[in-house]
Design a protein around this ligand. Structure first.
Ligand code: GLU
Length: 457
């Protein structure tokens, strides 16, 4: 059977690095197994879901290098869910309940005070026809619960019933179906909660492996029961740890700065995001991989830790620098062109500056420094002006190459007696307006003699 996975966010906001982790885990798993990746939008909540979020999610996935084999929307599949509901009702596995939230809260408190597990007590199964008619007469609409298979013959007497699976990340897992309430599958207003549509779609799409966050472990026990109730064998499951902020807080689709789009805006490279999203909280070293293929080579679901992984944005900048510092010109030619860094000297320029960049965009600032002169950020200290003028009078004749800097500064050293920082720092300031930056031996031939003379203070 072809390995088939899916990434199933609700399009109710922009995806963040934690969502990217799920998406990439699925994508890399599919790549390694020559499988298929289905993009599923869990948009049954029509009030909160938006097409623009779905589009933005697809854009973010493409940016990361994920190209789904198929895309589906739950909002287009209600007939399938309705059919599953009919089948479950037919089998007596879906039953109507009329309790309000307040009534449920009260029942829960009573059970707790009687030292019973705080799960739904299945009172609705005992409702008489008159009681149901009375509720309906009051205008109450039922919500519908799935009768979990956790009893030998009397649903009022559930017993420990273990659902087990070998989790691809966590190893052997067990959920006791007597410890969870019969899940509500359909709300009073007829809308679907996530549980049923997800299972119906996993069956219809032939999903073989469900890889998702470990906040879904208990759901999995319930969903395995639902797969079986719908006549299907459940897929394999893998629940990866979730990412938290450094303070241990969960991410939300509203955490704007850490959204994938927000990181892109800040100039973080896609592979820096992907490398960290995949490698954090695993036994692998966190280092910047240059392609998803390279990441796939070290990706191993079972090497993922069971506890939450802290995500530190500083790591992202470190990975970003390391990617840029090694990035070949061909890999950035087009993007540099968009920053107006182009022409004969673009490659030499790139090789000279890439080791000093936080983000690719910084290249534009260095390009301007090389071509137009220092910006306003710094100038030669008054005490050094005479020295710099003297040095500029000693500039060698062209042609210039990488040796010119040494030839020049040797001559300046001999003439002025200055050496070390006292020699180099004022020249760097005069040439670039910055106290640090790329090797001047590389920059000098790019600036050229005329350009250099124009910087004479
Ligand atoms: N829409 C669900 C979520 O985002 C999907 C979970 C799953 O992968 O089954 O949590």
């Amino acid at each position: 059977m072809t390995v088939t996975v899916r990434f199933a966010p609700s399009p109710t906001g922009n995806i963040h690095i934690g969502n990217a982790r799920s998406a990439l885990f699925n994508w890399l798993f599919a790549q390694k197994n020559k499988g298929r990746f289905i993009q599923r939008f869990d948009d049954t909540d029509r009030a909160r879901s938006r097409q623009e979020y779905a589009d933005a999610i697809l854009y973010d996935l493409h940016w990361l290098g994920i190209f789904p084999d198929a895309i589906d929307y739950q909002s287009r599949r209600f007939e399938r869910y309705d059919a599953a509901v009919a089948a479950l009702k037919e089998k007596g596995l879906l039953y109507p309940c009329y309790e309000t939230q307040e009534e449920l809260d009260l029942k829960r408190k009573i059970r707790l005070s009687r030292k019973l597990p705080p799960v739904y007590g299945r009172d609705a199964l005992k409702l008489t026809l008159e009681e149901i008619t009375a509720f309906e007469g009051e205008g109450r609409k039922p919500h519908w619960r799935f009768l979990l298979p956790n009893f030998p013959d009397d649903p009022a007497k559930p017993r420990r019933t273990e659902v087990t699976w070998t989790d691809m990340v966590r190893g052997p897992e067990t959920v006791d179906l007597a410890s969870v309430s019969d899940p509500v599958l359909v709300r009073e207003d007829g809308t679907y909660l996530y549980t049923l549509p997800s299972v119906v779609d996993d069956i219809a799409h032939g999903i073989t492996h469900v890889i998702r966050g470990d906040d879904h472990v208990t759901n999995t026990g319930v969903q395995i029961a639902l797969f079986r109730a719908l006549g299907s064998e459940p897929p394999a499951f893998g629940h990866h740890n979730l990412l938290t902020t450094v303070d241990g807080e969960g991410f939300s689709k509203r955490t704007g700065a850490l959204s994938i789009g927000g990181l892109r805006e800040q100039g973080i490279e896609a592979m820096a995001v992907a490398s960290l999203a995949v490698l954090v909280g695993t036994s692998e070293n966190i280092e910047a991989k240059t392609s998803l293929d390279e990441l796939a080579a070290v990706f191993d679901l079972s090497a993922t830790s069971k506890s939450a992984a802290k995500f530190d944005p500083h790591d992202l900048f470190a990975l970003n620098r390391s990617l840029l510092h090694r990035m070949p010109f061909d890999a950035v030619r087009e993007r540099l062109g968009a920053l107006h860094v182009s022409g004969d000297r673009a490659e030499a320029f790139w090789t000279a500056v890439r080791g000093n960049l936080e983000t690719l965009r910084d290249a534009a600032a260095w390009w301007a420094i090389v071509h137009d002169g220092p910006d306003e950020s710094g100038e030669v200290a008054p005490a050094d002006i005479a020295f710099v003028r003297e040095a500029f009078d000693l500039l060698p004749a062209e042609p210039w190459d990488r040796q010119t800097w040494k030839v020049w500064t040797d001559a300046v050293k001999t003439a002025t007696g200055r050496k070390g920082k006292a020699l180099y720092a004022p020249l760097r300031m005069a040439l670039t307006g910055r106290p640090s930056g790329p090797e001047l031996a590389d920059l000098l031939p790019l600036i050229g003699r005329e350009g250099t003379l124009a910087r004479r203070p």
